[in-house]
Design a protein around this ligand. Structure first.
Ligand code: SF4
Length: 359
């Protein structure tokens, strides 16, 4: 689960000589690849079918696996089912914890959550403290919000509710059940202006619409939680005294706020996080100077027009069909991988003057 990724539980267990097997198909794929999930809901979204074939052939010793998704999922099912039967402990995440009955709810599409919580003799569930909601009535509102925003489903294939270990007369279930409620920086957020970030139900919708995430992918964030929500909660979990580039990894277009089913104002918090970094002196001197000069420039019409004109002249050798595709150093660091729109021959203000004069 993302929660166990957050505390790097797998590494700790493996260092103790314990074999750990991820059971969500996407998470198993990234585990076999020795990588981190690149998306909250679709951990292996960055992998091609050929990547998956190679990983499965290496893991199972089978050769010439077909490039067909049903055949590959059957390979995973066979391999994982054996693991479920032999596992000593099942560790799961939690989507919701309902306070009125002390029940945890796990939402999956593959049924792995149900195996993990019922086959091994011990079940350990790990959740962030923000997963607690008061009642089943609240859950009835939040569950469809999660499934619709995460995968476009009215309801996921499996919704598993666990209220403790196996009771007398139960056909299955673990003999022991342990619930770990994790803080890891969350109680610090509770009393802050970032409190609403704890309402996140980890649906991943903000990632899917983010122009930065869709361009660079999840691994570039370098954190367990990528995308707009990751850019907010990662520095908060780590503590604001640690420098982080993540709040700057956003165009502040607001698409994440529009997509979020619980209306978390991520753009506001990204701006607040940036402001805190500036106030704490965590922004480099060069950047502060650049913005100070930029601020002076845009406040003086004449200087701004002059700068645009000079920029237009300087870009001429490098502009092709309205784009600047190559530029000298240090700007070549950007144009090596991408371009930018060239400054127009006539600026908007010049064209507006023409319109007003009726030209
Ligand atoms: S911030 Fe909103 S859209 Fe993004 S994962 Fe959380 S609930 Fe979903």
């Amino acid at each position: 689960s993302m929660t166990s990724e957050e505390i790097e539980l797998n590494h700790v267990l493996e260092a103790e000589g314990i074999t750990v097997v991820e059971t969500d198909l996407g998470e198993w794929i990234v585990q076999l690849a020795g990588e981190r999930p690149s998306h909250i809901i679709a951990p292996a979204v960055h992998k091609t079918i050929q990547d998956v074939i190679e990983l499965f052939e290496k893991a199972t010793g089978q050769a010439n696996l077909p490039a067909e998704i049903p055949a590959l999922t059957a390979v995973a099912r066979r391999a994982l089912r054996e693991r479920f039967i032999r596992a000593g402990i099942g560790i799961s995440g939690v989507n919701f914890a309902i306070a009125e009955t002390g029940t945890i709810v796990i939402v999956t599409n593959e049924g792995n959550g149900r195996f993990v919580t019922s086959l091994p003799p011990v079940h350990v569930a790990i959740m962030g403290m923000e997963k607690v909601i008061p009642t089943w009535d609240d859950w009835a509102v939040l569950l469809p919000l999660l499934t619709r925003s995460a995968t476009g489903q009215r309801l996921s294939s499996y919704v598993t509710a666990v209220t403790g270990p196996r009771q007398a007369g139960d056909a299955d279930g673990p003999q022991e059940f342990h619930l770990v409620i994790m803080d890891n920086g969350r109680s610090r957020i509770l009393d802050s202006k970032y409190r609403e970030s704890l309402a996140c139900i980890r649906c991943g919708a903000c990632l899917n619409v983010c122009p930065v995430y869709t361009e660079v992918g999840g691994h570039v964030y370098g954190s367990v939680y990528p995308g707009p929500i990751g850019a907010v909660i990662t520095p908060l979990f780590q503590g604001l005294d640690r420098p982080s580039d993540l709040p700057w990894a956003s165009s502040l277009c607001g698409a994440c706020l529009d997509a979020c089913p619980v209306r978390i104002d991520l753009p506001r918090m990204l701006i607040e996080l940036r402001q805190e970094q500036v106030q704490r002196g965590m922004v480099g001197r060069g950047e502060r100077l650049a913005f100070r000069w930029f601020g002076r420039l845009v406040r003086r019409r004449f200087l701004f027009d002059l700068a645009v004109r000079v920029g237009w002249l300087l870009q001429r050798p490098f502009a092709r069909d309205g784009r600047v595709t190559s530029a000298p150093p240090p700007l070549s660091a950007w144009t090596r991988y991408r371009d930018w729109p060239a400054l127009a021959d006539r600026s908007f203000s010049r064209r507006w003057e023409d319109v007003e004069r009726g030209v």
